[in-house]
Design a protein around this ligand. Sequence first.
Ligand code: ATP
Ligand code: MG
Length: 201
Amino acid sequence: MADPQRDARHAARMARKKEIIDAAIAAATDERGLLIVITGNGKGKSTSAFGTIARALGHAMKVGVVQFIKSRTDTGEEAFLGKQPGVEWHVTGDGFTWDTQDREQDIATAQRGWAIATRMLADPSYQLVVLDELTYLLSYGYLDSDSVLDALAHRPAEQHVIVTGRGASDALIDLADTVSIIADEKHAYRAGIKAQPGIDL
Ligand code: ATP
Ligand code: MG
């Protein structure tokens, strides 16, 4: 129902809100590469990073990806994003620790993956670097946390980095510019539904 008074109050409220939002936008003038950490137990960490890759490619940015832990190379993300011009995609894992059951091998694999990551983190031509599931290598102690934080902190100034994985350390969270902790409210897996192509892989 028409309510001119209510409409006028709404317009005035929105005008005030716009002033506040415009001021905040005007105050945010810095421009530099961001470190983004997507952690927590809920689903959506890696897929968030993959969505950002699509966004970056829309701006013709060069993207480097290292997928730690994972061994499968039949994922939808690799089949599609890994084939895009401007994307360099590495899958360096041997699988989960309970599959490999070999700590020495896991450490060697982690270090191989990290060597690729450090090369990217030292090269400003990569405008976005995604380090998928990196957190596990830190929590298992496969990589030296200080060296990892140091490489992240000293990367090229304009380079964006996304780190995904559960259990991000306080030090990594402190270093990051943007941190999202995805909560596990519900997951289809617990209702007995197996991993679905296009959704989970
Ligand atoms: P996604 O790649 O779907 O964004 P994720 O990166 O947040 O998941 P990971 O732990 O890396 O989470 O997930 C690896 C696989 O485990 C994915 O197939 C994902 O759907 C599934 N998964 C993620 N979170 C949960 C959960 N809370 N319970 C069961 N399975 C999960
Ligand atoms: Mg993931």
